[in-house]
Design a binder for this molecule. Sequence first.
Ligand SMILES: Cc1cc2nc3c(=O)[nH]c(=O)nc-3n(C[C@H](O)[C@H](O)[C@H](O)COP(=O)(O)OP(=O)(O)OC[C@H]3O[C@@H](n4cnc5c(N)ncnc54)[C@H](O)[C@@H]3O)c2cc1C
Length: 420
Amino acid sequence: MKKLAVIGAGWAGLACAIEATRLGHAVTLFEAAPMPGGRARRVDNIHGMALDNGQHILIGAYTATLKLMREVGVDADTALQRLPLSLRFADGGGLKLPRLPAPLDLLAGIFTARGWTWRDKSSLLRTAIGWRLSDFRCASTTSVAELCASLTPRVMQELIEPLCVSALNTPVGQSSGEVFLRVLKDALFSGSGGADLLLPRVDLGALFPDAAIEWLTKNGAALRIGTRVRAIAPDGAQWRVDDETFEQVVLACAPWDAARLVRASGLSADHWCETTEALRFEAIATVYVRNASPLAEPMLALRSNPATAPAQFAFDRGQLGGPQGVLALVISANEASRETLEQQVIAQAAAQLGQAGLQLIQTVVEKRATFACTPALARPPAFIAPGLLASGDYTEGPYPATLEGAVLSGLAVANALKTP
Ligand SMILES: Cc1cc2nc3c(=O)[nH]c(=O)nc-3n(C[C@H](O)[C@H](O)[C@H](O)COP(=O)(O)OP(=O)(O)OC[C@H]3O[C@@H](n4cnc5c(N)ncnc54)[C@H](O)[C@@H]3O)c2cc1C
């Protein structure tokens, strides 16, 4: 048993703290914010509504996250609405997979895609077969745009661009083809239901962090929510975290916070810090509006254009267990000002969704929502120094910045503590 400090109660830190507690370690979990959840958290009391810091989507292939949610007592079947993968636009165009075993669902989805010509469909079929034959591998330097060069403009606009921006939060020209193929493989070709969209029907706190904290409290972990760790420093074979001593420390804070703590510790870990500091980030803005009439589906794709119509997706929160008439309009990887985005997406919703008279409730802009998932990106490893590990969506791993990436990293780091 080790005395362990986990710094950060995002989904990675919570997963790590739970797994380490299960393995018998004495865990103290520090979180700077007044609530757990990090970049996937409830933002309380926006005009009396529990809204989130940003609309999130899970997919059926998030097996580690779904398992952990269930283990801490969340009923994932009611907390999430499961829908077959759909990238339908309000005008009815686009692709929707029927409920069939994989990969028949994809084949049927391609054949029935609305508004696609035979050329569109055959270009996607040929390309997808090529990816399958190469076991979803490509050179690490390949971008998604290069990977998809043989696809028609319609397939790019109605399938690849929305998928890439929602999974990697990075535009196709700058996204890693290798990571994109990995996501496609796990979602579409690794068993039925992997590509299903799982849309939260509860706020993000109730989806996992609240239950995780309750589980940790019941199982004897010490919780310091609302406590920002100011400094860590080696202390013989141990580590000081502010005024306390621990045998092991897991930095489960975001990369910029982790690098700052490591630099200030006086440790010689330049390579780890440089790799972490070299990461670049992409924003996600969620514009919440009210006075909406119900959408045809809980989630619709929008025809987006970074300069004039920036939102990629619209979510009907009323159909997802939230207040009636509230929409979440999601804008990925766009640096325009909050005011510009608000004006543009309200006009976009009027034009594409026929929603006149929408009123702004709140816009949440997360400037560093995810790391930019670019080709051949060097990500820092979990190991920093003896007794000091990093956990988070950004550490070395197969996935882009996602909840599943964060949870997998937390579980892996807790298990790595077993080795002395
Ligand atoms: C708007 C938005 C939309 C997204 N959409 C999706 C989606 O649809 N699907 C998906 O899978 N992923 C999505 N993501 C990504 C996902 O939210 C992240 O990958 C994940 O939450 C990262 O978790 P983490 O634990 O690695 O880091 P974080 O969530 O950043 O957790 C780090 C924690 O450390 C704390 N901390 C920092 N410094 C200290 C300190 N000194 N002392 C104590 N605590 C500290 C922070 O307060 C924070 O709580 C989205 C992200 C955003 C922002």
